[in-house]
Design a protein around this ligand. Structure first.
Ligand code: SF4
Length: 473
């Protein structure tokens, strides 16, 4: 397990931190995220001292909404200094957010908190880091602030609503719709908090993280005492029981979720950005390489090099091999199909694609491929015939009704002398012969002649699907 949120630098751990960390290891908690506070120099310095002695602790940089700070300039200066010195160990911006407790909090303070929150969201976007968000009695306003960024930025680099405590599932769903994970803390174990357990039950497994928020919020068994990372197991036990899933599987999935959110590579056996779940499908990201440079691809939007897909950062640290793909896929346990998709062209990893898909088919799992349809041109042979042996369904991005529009939108990078658009059309013809279900897609850009592309698909005898611009995955 990973404790995704704790405060190890707090004075509560003075004197016995090494024993706390030892108990963490003994109870199967391999790593922890100890939140880094920029509000006080001595606290952040203490955090980095802990990190220098313990390779399994990561940290973050941020200012809690209730913490005092000098100025935005000062926060930025400290952020830059520590990020330059410890980049490898800093995995998020936060905790930031809104805290309207107590009720008597005035409008001026609320406004100031919002400004501080926005400032840190911008830091996260600038440094391509996920956000760790604290919200108390302010879910509506926090959602409003986050929505104002989601619309314009092309998506966050992931994030988590830590110690989720809102009263309705709908609130959690609103954050999940923005790509955020939901993290539960020790208060989910409290007898009176059955509403939280019900919410956790309904949250998609792939969107849950677990944390202690220690030294605060010790679980029921230790209520009123100091909390510590080893107690995260009680949070896992309560949620797994509520969801009626195997505890060990659930623990592993929360590690997969944490690794995927923070993009960390130092958890043995876990590989960020390789598999991610959307709805009933597990999606596999074999490569970030492409045959095209589509103008509508987040990788090329405004030159931002953005790899965000529905809250997952799909920038691969390395292309995964067969074993890494399989172990990542089977961390999920309630899926109906596996889709080779990702932010790259899966057929550029043909051998791994084939080996993985055959393995899945042998287990009776439905396999889908999302492709640009240029594999035959790339390999100079009819690859589709081979694909038909292990792919149940293929979705081919056509995006155009003629060659010139295709070249303008998809910017193919094939050898000279080949006509990419004709290659895609041939790929569709061959797919019809070998693969049961063939779908042709187009992204609904301004300038797309939807009816003309639909006509091409229908003439080829396959289904057509119009995809929304900005809706990836
Ligand atoms: S084929 Fe997909 S991943 Fe590649 S550039 Fe186009 S949209 Fe992006």
């Amino acid at each position: 397990m990973i404790d995704s949120h704790c405060h190890l630098e707090m004075p509560d751990f003075d004197g016995d931190l090494s024993a706390v960390l030892e108990r963490m290891g003994k109870n199967g908690i391999t790593h922890a995220v100890s939140i880094g506070s920029l509000a006080k120099n001595d606290r952040i310095e203490r955090t980095f001292k802990i990190l220098s002695n313990n390779g399994n602790i990561w940290t973050t940089l941020g200012v809690h909404p209730k913490s005092p700070y000098k100025s935005f300039n000062d926060i930025e200066r400290l952020f830059k200094k520590y990020y330059a010195e410890h980049k490898e160990r800093i995995i998020a911006v936060g905790e930031t957010g809104l805290d309207y407790f107590p009720d008597s909090l005035g409008d001026i303070e609320k406004k100031a908190q919002k400004e501080l929150f926005k400032f840190q969201i911008e830091l996260a976007l600038l440094h391509k880091l996920p956000l760790i968000i604290h919200i108390r009695d302010a879910y509506k306003d926090a959602l409003e602030v986050l929505r104002s960024y989601a619309g314009s930025s092309g998506g966050f680099y992931g994030g988590v609503i830590h110690c989720f405590s809102a009263e309705e599932f709908k609130t959690a769903q609103d954050f999940i719709d923005l790509g955020f994970f939901i993290s539960f803390s020790g208060n989910i174990t409290y007898k009176k908090n059955s509403y939280l357990r019900q919410i956790a039950k309904d949250i998609p497994d792939e969107k849950i993280l677990i944390e202690t928020d220690s030294p605060y919020l010790a679980p029921q068994k230790f209520r009123g005492k100091r909390n510590e990372p080893s107690y995260v197991r009680f949070v896992a036990e309560v949620i797994a029981a509520q969801k009626d899933v195997d505890l060990e599987q659930f623990k592993e999935l929360t590690v997969e979720n944490t690794v995927n959110l923070f993009g960390v590579t130092d958890v043995a056996g876990f590989f960020p950005a390789v598999a991610y779940k959307i709805g009933a499908g597990v999606y596999v990201n074999l490569t970030n390489r492409c045959t095209n440079e589509c103008g509508f691809c987040p990788k090329y939007w405004d030159g931002k090099n953005n790899y965000n897909v529905k809250g997952y950062n799909l920038e691969l640290k390395k292309e995964p091999d067969f074993e890494e793909v399989i172990s990542s896929v089977f961390r999920y346990y309630n899926f109906k199909e596996v889709v080779f998709c990702g932010l790259g062209e899966p057929t550029l990893r043909l051998d791994t694609l084939k080996k993985t898909a055959i393995h899945l088919k042998n287990k009776g799992i439905r396999v889908r491929l999302d492709t640009d349809g240029l594999a035959n041109a790339v390999y100079g042979r009819n690859v589709v015939k081979e694909l038909g042996e292990y792919i149940d369904s293929v979705s081919v991005s056509l995006n155009a009704h003629n060659s010139s529009y295709y070249n303008e939108i998809c910017k193919p990078r094939l050898k000279k002398g080949l006509d990419p658009y004709s290659s895609v059309l041939d790929f569709i013809d061959e797919s019809r012969k070998s693969i049961k279900d063939v779908v042709v897609t187009a992204v609904g850009l301004e300038g797309l002649d939807v009816e003309a592309v639909r006509k091409v698909a229908l003439e080829k005898g396959v289904r057509f699907k119009l995809r929304q611009y900005n809706d990836i995955g």
